[in-house]
Design a binder for this molecule. Structure first.
Ligand SMILES: NC(=O)c1ccc[n+]([C@@H]2O[C@H](COP(=O)([O-])OP(=O)(O)OC[C@H]3O[C@@H](n4cnc5c(N)ncnc54)[C@H](OP(=O)(O)O)[C@@H]3O)[C@@H](O)[C@H]2O)c1
Length: 184
């Protein structure tokens, strides 16, 4: 069965970005691109990805400044209720039910894993339906005090693996399935 993974970096106090959607606290941290749980090894097994509109707009705006191209060559779903413009082929905007999109992503990934890139509420929506298997976080040694939460709600996980990569504590967790009483 297709594995669905929320892979992201977070502040020590559990934020994906600060209140202004800035990642400057993250970009300044040292990470070994060949070290444990590195992005290169992760993305090799990814066949499709999903993200929320805020994450998409952040990436889009960064690329507009740098002049670089969309860095993903896998089918990508962006959850939004707005009429956004795709900056590359393979981007699908959707407000369809999570389970429908997950099924479409699984078909497109053809046996490879699915990446939920964020944000935290979107990852929690997948978890609430029993459609999230793992959370892999690179924890930066910085606290922000406020910002965009790593996960949109309380959830129990099991620690499977941890290691140090540069400045980061990297940890892989299994997501416990939702209680039957919580399923819609
Ligand atoms: N630290 C990292 O590595 C990392 C990773 C990912 C993201 N980030 C950053 O963290 C921040 C994420 O922000 P966030 O958590 O607030 O937002 P987000 O999940 O990226 O986007 C939230 C938006 O997604 C749309 N959305 C979510 N669920 C939906 C659903 N079921 N159906 C339709 N649309 C849905 C809505 O967009 P509409 O308002 O258009 O309806 C919602 O306002 C961004 O700044 C991003 O750059 C950091």
């Amino acid at each position: 069965m297709t594995r669905t993974v929320y892979y992201t970096a977070t502040s020590l106090d559990g934020f994906l970005a600060d209140e202004n959607d800035s990642l400057d606290w993250l970009d300044s941290q040292l990470m070994d691109e060949h070290g444990p749980m590195n992005y290169g090894d992760f993305i090799v097994d990814i066949g499709a990805m999903a993200m929320g509109a805020a994450t998409y707009c952040w990436v889009r705006d960064q690329l507009a400044v740098s002049g670089e191209k969309w860095p993903y060559d896998i089918p990508s779903w962006v959850f939004t209720h707005r009429d956004l413009t795709a900056i590359a082929d393979g981007i699908t905007f959707t407000s369809a039910p999570i389970s429908e999109v997950h099924a479409a992503m699984s078909a497109a990934a053809n046996g490879r894993s699915l990446w939920i890139a964020g944000g935290g509420d979107l990852a929690a929506q997948f978890a609430a339906l029993g459609l999230l298997d793992e959370v892999i976080v690179s924890i930066a040694p910085v606290t922000l005090g406020a910002g965009r939460p790593l996960f949109g709600r309380r959830w129990d996980l099991d620690l499977l693996e941890y290691n140090r990569n540069g400045a980061f504590l990297c940890a892989r967790h299994a997501v416990r399935p939702p209680a039957l009483t919580e399923l819609p």
